[in-house]
Ligand binder design. Structure first.
Ligand code: GLP
Length: 236
């Protein structure tokens, strides 16, 4: 694991965008695993600028997102599909048909999860997976559990996650109680993992995840077993 401490969120964002841009330059038809949350916003803004400047070409890139709230359609402005369209896909020259986010509104969520894993396999797996980390150690929406779940699956969100994500909604009651998330299988099979975290409040969980025991109680701790992980952290 490479641990990089950045001086500021701006610098973290530039570094993370640089790594993703390098991936796209080296393999123009790569598969990017993408994340939502506030942490990647600066990274996505930098990628948009790099694309606008003509430095990175996303036209052959495919992307798979980590997760989606159950019950929200892609048109809902709180959905992760909407977040990705607004904050990244509409600002770079990626073909939207090559961008995938798990569906939160399927009648059969189990089939949705299975189809998503088959899709990732059919794309040849993920070349570079971008991750944030939740305060309880979740990656994607893989919440603390008794086991690590490999497949894309539906999870009940933890109270702490609902509280943390309430800032994006009008009221805490509007936060969906469940989500569909890529499991640890596809994440661990990604060739490279880039985890970004900012804020003093993430320090403790980063220590637990990367320097503590590997346990499904701290989901991100499984990344200690991945051969190519870069963590970029900034205090502010
Ligand atoms: C959400 C997402 C995660 C993300 C986490 C941290 O719950 N499902 O993928 O990593 O929040 O978010 P933030 O970056 O806003 O702290």
């Amino acid at each position: 694991m490479k641990f990089v401490k950045a001086e500021s969120y701006e610098k973290l964002s530039r570094m993370a965008a640089g790594i993703i841009a390098a991936q796209v330059i080296l393999k123009p038809d790569c598969v990017l695993g993408l994340a939502t949350g506030s942490s990647p916003l600066g990274t996505y803004a930098n990628l948009a600028s790099a694309c606008k400047a003509g430095d990175v070409d996303f036209s052959a890139v495919k992307s798979v997102n980590l997760d989606e709230y159950v019950g929200l359609s892609g048109e809902d402005d709180q959905s992760y599909r909407y977040f990705m369209d607004t904050n990244l896909f509409s600002k770079i020259n990626i073909d939207r048909a090559n961008t995938y986010v798990p569906g939160g509104c399927s009648d059969d969520m189990e089939a949705e999860g299975k189809a998503y894993d088959e899709l990732i396999d059919s794309l040849g797996g993920i070349d570079l997976q971008l991750l944030g980390i939740g305060l309880d150690g979740h990656i994607g929406f893989n919440e603390p559990d008794d086991i690590f779940v490999g497949k894309t699956h539906v999870v009940e969100l933890d109270k702490s996650t609902i509280e943390a994500n309430a800032r994006f909604f009008e009221s805490i009651d509007d936060v969906p109680r469940s989500a569909i998330t890529m499991g640890m299988g596809a994440i661990m099979k990604a060739k490279k993992v880039l985890l970004i975290a900012n804020g003093k409040n993430k320090e403790d969980i980063l220590n637990q995840a990367f320097y503590g025991p590997i346990t499904p109680r701290v989901p991100a701790s499984i990344l200690q077993l991945h051969p190519d992980v870069t963590v970029i952290y900034s205090e502010n």
